[in-house]
Design a protein around this ligand. Structure first.
Ligand code: FAD
Ligand code: NAD
Length: 481
């Protein structure tokens, strides 16, 4: 027997995989009166990723940037089933999804299979290590909430170990060298946040270590932040220089060891640099589940970057699967902005599809009723017979049906923002058919208000604003859990 769900056999069933940006935006906008809705995700919450680096340095409490999925679904018009489990297989032919409870505590049943009419596939991506030796074992990632919590613990551990009495100067230098790999927005924002911690708190809590910490940002390409305009790249580089964050461009990390990182310099020479902590922000790749699903549709799914979808977010070659967000390969960047717009779009599409279905259903019934009446009867005085009444209704439904138009997805870019530390942010904003590039403290205030207003609930907004105020007044919490 399958799980007991609030199931209406009259309605189609939508299974949503994931509770990230794409899936959450879909759920927020979906009219649950139209469908049976089931959400399956190994995390029973939504994570506001843009503020993850702030959690890593203790500016924000981890709980402040997550929202339980059930908090949101409880406000829906019809009950949504939220299942904490990991999808392990999608069968696009028989239209089923198999999922497993991967948490520590399990009941008697921990794996089951469910059928869907529509599958919304929004499982995101996972960290790309390029199989570089030592990355998986020794580096901290910056993708999930647990990654930020781990980094916070290890970073504090480096400080406490460096402060251990009698520690050798060279060892102190090593322990206080933080290497961030990847000069994309994640690596840059994290470096900026790390710098803030050192500036604001280290001097106060660890005065003997202040001035000894080094941050190095390593990037394989010729510059950091390739998606930003040239002047903002230059602005960030000079701001980092001022903050004493070293940027090594055209430099590749070749190996991560327990106490060092191996770099290939622009002249191809290899150096081993001692360090206390390596944070890996070198990009993402598709999940195994996604690769397996694509392999089942080899004729249509050949893009190594991810799932190929059409303009309506339908997975090519599959019946009833929609894919949104980072798991797809589209012309858009894999960002929260894109994923959430795709989720919102799909919710509107699914509503229109439900309306189309119900009108078509009604039309079929009317056509059948008319056929069942037999040949038309001519009534005296031009009175409308039953045939004519049904034909009028058929015409009316056909007219309504023709008005239901499914339009392709259109992305509206609202700009790109990044925090670079020292109360400065950079922003590329669309402005009068052009671009407005701005950086500095005013942009930082804009960054803060933009993120605060994008947080999904008043509860989270209050928690984040309170954390920011607490840090201003009392400094960051340096206790290590
Ligand atoms: P995700 O949000 O990653 O959600 C995927 C969901 O799928 C998760 O809930 C996950 O638990 C679930 N899942 C995973 N495996 C399975 C499975 N087997 N079965 C079921 N569910 C599964 N973008 C911006 O636009 N602006 C920013 O400022 C920004 N800052 C960022 C900062 C950081 C540190 C990071 C890491 C990313 C940032 N991004 C930003 C990028 C943004 O977070 C992603 O583009 C966005 O999360 C993609 O949304 P998604 O729904 O596709 O995937
Ligand atoms: P990314 O893919 O944008 O950047 C990773 C960087 O790591 C690349 O520049 C790559 O050249 C470098 N790299 C890879 N391997 C390396 C190696 N071995 N040695 C040195 N450098 C190496 O990844 P990201 O920064 O995590 O961003 C992922 C997505 O999320 C992007 O689409 C980004 O726009 C989005 N994002 C946006 C924001 C924002 O808007 N503020 C913040 C974070 C992430």
């Amino acid at each position: 027997p399958g799980p007991q769900l609030p199931f209406d056999p009259e309605k189609k069933t939508i299974v949503v995989l994931g509770s990230g940006w794409g899936a959450t935006s879909l759920l927020k906008n979906l009219d649950t009166l139209d469908y049976n809705v089931v959400v399956i995700s190994p995390k029973n919450f939504f994570l506001f990723t843009p503020l993850l680096p702030s959690v890593a340095v203790g500016t924000l409490n981890p709980r402040s940037i997550i929202q339980p999925t059930r908090y949101m679904t409880r406000h829906k018009r019809r009950q949504v089933s939220v299942i904490e489990a990991e999808a392990t297989e999608v069968d696009p032919i028989n239209k089923t999804v198999t999922f497993t409870d991967t948490s520590e505590i399990k009941g008697l049943i921990s794996t089951t299979t469910m059928s869907y009419d529509y599958l919304v596939y929004g499982v995101g991506a996972e960290v790309q290590t390029f199989n570089i030796p030592g990355v998986q074992q020794h580096a901290c990632f910056m993708k999930e909430l647990g990654d930020a919590e781990r980094m916070n613990r290890e970073f504090m551990d480096c400080l406490e170990s460096a402060a251990f009495p009698g520690q050798d100067e060279k060892e102190i230098e090593r322990l206080l060298h933080m290497v961030v790999v990847g000069g994309g927005p994640t690596g840059v924002e994290l470096s900026g946040e790390l710098h803030d911690f050192l500036e604001d708190d280290l001097k106060m809590w660890y005065p003997e270590l202040a001035g000894k910490i080094r941050i190095t940002l390593v990037e394989a390409l010729p510059s950091v932040l390739p998606m930003f305009s040239k002047q903002l790249i230059a602005y960030t580089e000079s701001a980092f220089k001022e903050s004493k964050i070293d940027i090594l461009t055209k430099t590749m990390v070749k190996e991560v060891k327990e106490k060092s990182v191996v770099l290939q310099k622009p002249d191809k020479s290899i150096v081993e640099v001692p360090c206390g902590l390596v944070i890996w922000a070198a990009g993402n790749k598709g999940r195994k589940l996604t690769q397996d699903l694509m392999a089942k549709l080899p004729a249509d799914q050949t893009n190594r970057r991810g799932i190929t979808v059409d303009d309506y977010m339908r997975m090519k070659g599959a019946d009833g699967i929609f894919a949104i967000g980072d798991c797809t390969a589209t012309s858009y960047a894999p960002t929260a902005q894109v994923a959430s717009q795709q989720g919102g779009y799909l919710a509107r599409m699914l509503h229109l599809m439900a309306r189309q279905d119900s009108l078509q259903d009604r039309l079929n019934k009317l056509v059948k009723a008319k056929a069942d009446l037999g040949p038309p009867v001519v009534l005296p005085d031009g009175a409308v017979d039953e045939h004519q009444k049904l034909q009028n209704e058929i015409n009316d439904v056909q007219k309504q049906l023709s008005k239901v138009k499914l339009r392709p997805f259109h992305y509206s870019h609202q700009g790109t923002l990044a925090y670079i530390g020292s109360d400065k942010a950079i922003a590329d904003l669309p402005f009068m058919n052009g671009n407005l590039a701005t950086g500095g403290v005013a942009t930082y205030l804009f960054w803060r208000s933009a993120y605060l207003s994008t947080l999904f609930s008043l509860r989270n907004r209050t928690m984040v604003a309170t954390d920011w105020a607490k840090v201003r007044i009392f400094g960051r919490d340096v206790s290590r859990e």
